[in-house]
Design a protein around this ligand. Structure first.
Ligand code: SER
Length: 423
């Protein structure tokens, strides 16, 4: 099944069960200064969990479902391995309290909780022919009790004790996003050893001073990574071979059949990420969201340049737009997106060319830690080559930069700043 069909199928599955389908919110959170970007499906619903807003009034039901655009920056350094992404989509169903009926056979509009949500997740995956390997539940920790209810629901579905793992707060407690917000114990579903679906039972509110208070009404917030779901459905080696990265992947491979896998993944991820950020109004800068976009654009440019496919950039942008424009109307804006990327690339081109030349001239890969830190400092201050780009180039030489080298770089940089200020 293609991703387009699964999108439809997911939304219909929950619509049939009383959920109102809500469009994805922007990657720039509307009403939440505590986070730079939207990282989870529940973010646009925070005020329904706290009951500052009334779901019945706004949606006519206590149940909603969505496919949310998300962007996580914690993982940017890891991108290039088999599973990390900056931009991704999350399929989710949500219930806002009070609990009216937790019976999975109830297709009404009232709030539900653990029994209905676990049953539906199970039913949904089963209907796709997927077999759950195992699940996890919250074992109880820090005065928050063991989630016996979820455990018992899984038992009632025929799961054996050994297939219901019990983990602590680190693994099976989610949230909040940003400084404060709804959070709670989770039950997580694993297929082919991948965590595919996270069911969060928002029973608490974490305050800005990190205290947990009971929410007036408990709610449900589930999130299923779309790329992961497609990987297990399409049985691809990694998420990057799923149709969510087509036709871009094919286009890049047609140009460069021998491209390093890691660089290919970075191109796939960063092209999508940049297109979606720009479409939602982010512009490259040295601050906050703008800096995130700048970083991924510059790394993207580096990869395209190294592989000599910079001239194909527009085709690659278009491939992403064509793939998603029927689902997210805002990205159907090729001229603007291209203009922003062109401007950033133009501004960085000279620095990158000179930086690459100097890097190749100065770095041989045999440097001691201290010497490497010094050289990277010179590359940055005299030639403008950002440290992240140097790190990328070192990675291509199979060199992981050490903590010591970074410390030297930072020390020299601080001294340099002091001197510059005094001048
Ligand atoms: N909020 C949870 C997550 O992001 C589940 O949707 O994983």
């Amino acid at each position: 099944m293609k991703s387009e069909e699964i999108r439809q199928y997911f939304l219909e599955f929950f619509e049939k069960r009383g959920h109102k389908i809500i469009p994805s919110s922007s990657l720039i959170p509307e009403d939440d200064p505590s986070v730079l970007l939207t990282t989870a499906g529940m973010q646009q619903f925070k005020k329904y969990f706290t009951r500052e807003k009334d779901p019945i009034k706004d949606f006519g039901t206590q149940r909603v479902a969505s496919i949310q655009k998300c962007f996580r920056t914690t993982d940017i350094e890891e991108i290039g391995d088999e599973r990390h992404l900056s931009f991704f989509e999350m399929l989710g169903n949500f219930s806002f309290g009070p609990i009216v009926n937790d019976d999975p056979n109830d297709y009404g509009i009232g709030g539900y909780f653990k029994k209905a949500s676990i049953n539906w997740a199970y039913e949904f995956l089963k209907s796709l022919g997927l077999k759950i390997d195992y699940v996890s539940v919250f074992k109880g920790e820090n005065n928050i009790p063991f989630d016996e209810e979820s455990y018992n629901v899984w038992i009632s579905l025929g799961f054996k004790k050994e297939d219901i793992k019990k983990f602590g707060k680190e693994d099976n407690f989610w949230g909040p996003t940003g400084e404060e917000g709804p959070c709670g114990p989770t039950t997580e579903i694993y297929i082919d050893n991948i965590e595919v679906w996270n069911l969060v039972f928002n029973e608490y509110y974490q305050t800005a001073d990190k205290k947990l208070e009971k929410l007036k009404y408990p709610g449900v917030d589930t999130g299923m990574g779309f790329e992961r779901l497609m990987k297990v459905l399409q049985k691809t080696p990694t998420i990057f071979e799923t149709d969510l990265f087509e036709p871009l992947r094919t286009y890049v491979l047609n140009e460069k059949p021998d491209i390093a896998e890691r660089d290919l993944r970075i191109i796939l991820d960063h092209t999508r990420g940049a297109v979606f950020l720009i479409a939602d109004g982010v512009r490259p800068s040295n601050l906050e969201r703008g800096y995130i976009l700048r970083r991924i654009l510059r790394r993207l440019m580096l990869k395209l340049k190294i592989w000599d496919i910079l001239s194909k950039k527009d085709v690659f942008i278009k491939a992403v737009i064509d793939k998603f424009k029927n689902i997210y109307k805002e990205i159907d804006n090729y001229d603007k997106i291209k203009e922003v990327i062109d401007k950033e690339f133009r501004g960085f081109e000279k620095t990158l060319e000179r930086g690459l030349r100097e890097f190749n001239k100065r770095i041989n890969g045999n440097e001691k830690e201290e010497e490497l830190g010094e050289k990277l400092f010179v590359l940055y201050t005299s030639f403008g080559l950002p440290l992240e780009i140097s790190k990328e180039l070192l990675k291509n030489m199979n060199i992981e930069i050490t903590e010591n080298s970074i410390n030297i770089f930072n020390k020299l940089f601080k001294e340099h700043q002091k001197i510059s200020k005094n001048i």
